[in-house]
Design a protein around this ligand. Structure first.
Ligand code: NAD
Length: 494
């Protein structure tokens, strides 16, 4: 048993509320630790610390900020196995997947190393006679990140790297289900040379989130999690005058056209539906199979499922680990249990043969799924792939565009013209063409449309820099005193 507490002003600080959450080992189902939950006073302490640290941090020169990010990049790279093993221990994901999470998070720290270049503004000399106009980007102040359980290292890296590099100070409220990665990050940032108080972590539940949303000294909130909570965060935070970006849930469809390489499509489907036990917001959870190839595609996916090695995340040959909690496992299993009653065909039932200890389910494949069935309408967030049979491109596209979510989607085809049309037509934020999980590289930005994102700016990349800064335009004149005169007219350029 171990205990996780907050990280405030460069050291661990015990939670003062007396409340705590259990940390499970999802591979055994046993409690392995506890995490102290913040009350209002703990959040206030973290925000006050961040506010104090802001004064010096926002004045720290860009080279030094970049240098700290470079050091952090080296530390994360050097310790990636240790971080991955912590991820696997609390989240349950297999080590190869956890290493992938660290690698994709690291990209964002690398991007933030370029902050001197990223913050360059524009300059217009002689906008009027003797007048120059230029644009500068300044930090917002104290900003907060609230993150989900499924990427306990990568999603915080999406946020804090750009936020801190831009001169803000940061309070992270990670998922209470797997809080340890955030503490490793905090220690590494300190080791990288980040001054105390610039990065803080408070653990907890709704109490801490609500205080962040209420706190007058928090200028902005970056959130990733489920859609109902994202909507709540966006509405509450913006009502309180904060800048908010809130990324929500997903139901990602892959459209497989008859000309696609079906073996490649089946490999991609198994990887994208069952990787990380389906607990990825970019997981493919629905395949839209055109009637003429649907039987063949279902057979190909079905034949691959028995080869997926399900087991504890820290065992080297496991390919898919357990789900995050017993409650979530039971909820996911409920969708499989209810599918036949709604008229779908359960081709592979992942409840069969799942390891008894821990929160395991094996991959499930459900055919003949239609809108209106629960397994179609809800985000399941588990290793369940639904097959919807469609007559062709138009019906497939319509289903994607009618869906409430718009996070990711993919098309598998050999026809470049159709793929290009799809990219033009589809109302989804991230599109893969023969790529099942199109998570953008860090120098683009990540974000969905519709109920998958509340707010205007996407996460990380150029949008991340915009989110964590505000623009100031300076109009300046260093006049020749000989040209000085009184002029009561509105300033003009001609
Ligand atoms: P969640 O919404 O339950 O929790 C996210 C965060 O919100 C956590 O820090 C949690 O403590 C906090 N929270 C939970 N309930 C709250 C409440 N009532 N009031 C205030 N705060 C609350 O999400 P999760 O289960 O941790 O993560 C899975 C979800 O996140 C899925 O829906 C998934 O699609 C989504 N997700 C989206 C993206 C994306 O980029 N769009 C990425 C990863 C995960």
């Amino acid at each position: 048993m171990y205990r996780i507490d907050h990280w405030i002003d460069g050291r661990t600080v015990a939670a003062s509320s007396g409340r705590a959450g259990k940390i499970y080992d999802p591979a055994t189902g046993q409690v392995q630790g506890e995490v102290g939950f913040a009350d209002v006073a703990d959040v206030d302490k973290a925000v006050a610390t961040a506010k104090k640290a802001l004064v010096e941090w926002r004045s720290t020169n860009l080279s030094r900020r970049a240098e700290i990010m470079f050091h952090m990049r080296e530390l994360v790279a050097a310790n990636r196995k240790e971080i991955a093993s912590v991820l696997s221990k609390e989240h349950g994901k297999v080590l190869s997947d956890a290493l992938g999470e660290v690698a994709r998070g690291l990209e964002n720290i690398e991007f933030a190393c370029g902050v001197p270049n990223l913050l360059k503004g524009g300059y217009s000399e002689q906008a009027s006679s003797g007048v120059d106009v230029y644009n500068i980007r300044q930090p917002l102040g104290v900003v907060a990140g609230i993150t989900p359980f499924n990427f306990p290292a990568m999603v915080p890296m999406w946020m804090f790297a750009n936020a801190i590099a831009c001169g803000n100070t940061f309070v992270l409220k990670p998922s209470e289900k797997d809080p340890s990665a955030s503490m490793l990050i905090a220690e590494m940032l300190k080791q990288a040379g980040l001054p105390d108080g610039v990065f803080n972590v408070v653990h907890g539940d709704k109490v801490s989130v609500d205080r962040i949303l209420d706190h007058p000294d928090v200028a902005a909130v970056s959130f990733v999690g489920s859609t109902p909570i994202a909507r709540y965060i966006y509405e509450t935070g913006t009502r309180n005058g904060k800048r908010v970006q809130a990324l929500g849930g997903a139901k990602n469809h892959m459209l497989v056209l008859p000309d696609a390489d079906l073996d490649m499509a089946a490999d991609a489907l198994v990887s994208a539906a069952y990787g990380s036990a389906g607990e990825r917001c970019m997981a493919i959870s629905v395949v839209l199979a055109v009637d003429t190839i649907a039987d063949a595609l279902v057979d190909k996916v079905k034949s691959r499922i028995p080869n997926v090695k399900v087991g504890p995340g820290n065992e080297p040959d496991s390919e898919m680990g357990p789900l995050i909690s017993g409650e979530h496992r039971d909820k996911v299993a409920g969708y499989v249990a209810g599918a036949a009653g709604e008229g779908a065909t359960v081709v592979v039932d992942g409840r069969d043969g799942a390891p008894a200890d821990g929160f395991f389910l094996k991959p499930s494949l459900i055919d003949d799924v239609k809108p209106g069935m629960k397994c179609y309408d809800d985000e399941i967030f588990g290793p369940v792939l639904s097959v919807v049979r469609v007559s062709g491109y138009d019906e497939g596209l319509q289903l994607i565009n009618d869906n409430q979510y718009g996070n990711g989607t993919a098309i598998f085809t050999r026809d470049g013209g159709v793929a290009r049309q799809f990219q033009f037509d589809v109302n989804v934020g991230m599109v893969g063409i023969n790529v099942p999980i199109p998570v953008p590289v860090s120098y683009y930005s990540f974000g969905g449309w519709k109920a998958s994102l509340f707010g205007d700016l996407h996460m990380y990349g150029p949008d991340g820099i915009s989110f964590f800064t505000r623009s100031k335009v300076v109009t300046s004149r260093w006049p020749d005193p000989r040209t000085s005169r009184v002029d009561l007219g509105f300033p003009q350029n001609r």
